[in-house]
Design a protein around this ligand. Sequence first.
Ligand SMILES: NC(=O)c1ccc[n+]([C@@H]2O[C@H](COP(=O)([O-])OP(=O)(O)OC[C@H]3O[C@@H](n4cnc5c(N)ncnc54)[C@H](OP(=O)(O)O)[C@@H]3O)[C@@H](O)[C@H]2O)c1
Length: 238
Amino acid sequence: MHIVTGGGTGIGRAIALALHARGEQVLAIGRRRAPLDDLAAASGGGIAVLSCDHSAPADVRKLVEAVDGPVTGLVHCAGGNPAIGRPDPTSLDEEKALLDETIAGNLTSAALTVTALRPLMPTGASIVLYGSIAAEHGVGYYGPAKAAVASYAVGLAAALGPQDIRVNCISPGYIADTEFFGPGLDADRAEQLRRQTAIGRNGTPDDAVALTLFLLSPESRHLTGQNLHLNGGAFTTR
Ligand SMILES: NC(=O)c1ccc[n+]([C@@H]2O[C@H](COP(=O)([O-])OP(=O)(O)OC[C@H]3O[C@@H](n4cnc5c(N)ncnc54)[C@H](OP(=O)(O)O)[C@@H]3O)[C@@H](O)[C@H]2O)c1
């Protein structure tokens, strides 16, 4: 089966639906029930859903109990930038709370989920983590948290390679039609980001689906330990 965290909305939802359309058994996870129920309905009940906070060990333990069968693909989309839409911290305590929440939602959630599900992953399985272009630009604590996710993928790939389990990180630039920016990104900012791409368009969840499905498939069998940038040329590695 395939597990898609953050599967109720945005990139994760598109990946869950695409896997389901290919006939895969899919379990999609998020914290809020409403988007998950909506996804289950959109798939005619074919996609199983579960509420779970991936940064909470007790929730992740319940997830493991709910999993039925070997996990051949894990896509960890759960994450985000909790600073968006909030006033800046005004005390050290608030600063630490924001830092802790950002690390927990992105790095801790990935680490707990992978650690818990690893025993259920057979030879040939593939893990895809989601980083961000923000790791290259800073962006408060969100960029550092996503840099840590990409780095985590490197060590994990080395540790799981002998079992022929591959681990890669996709680091998108701006992807429209998600809940990442809450009600939506300001049109001027979206246009500014579009101009930063080489191909003159912002990304869509379907762009992320294509790369994710490739990384889950045996066609990418020699690809592991990589951080793949997905941004229309807004950031290049050379
Ligand atoms: N959209 C972009 O421009 C962009 C750019 C670079 C990177 N990314 C990354 O891409 C990934 C997917 O985001 P998206 O763009 O699809 O935005 P999104 O629509 O906000 O999706 C994130 C999903 O993760 C879930 N989630 C967050 N924290 C969770 C937790 N602790 N436990 C379980 N579920 C959790 C959210 O649902 P609940 O709130 O219901 O839990 C939500 O469904 C994220 O890691 C994001 O940081 C996005």
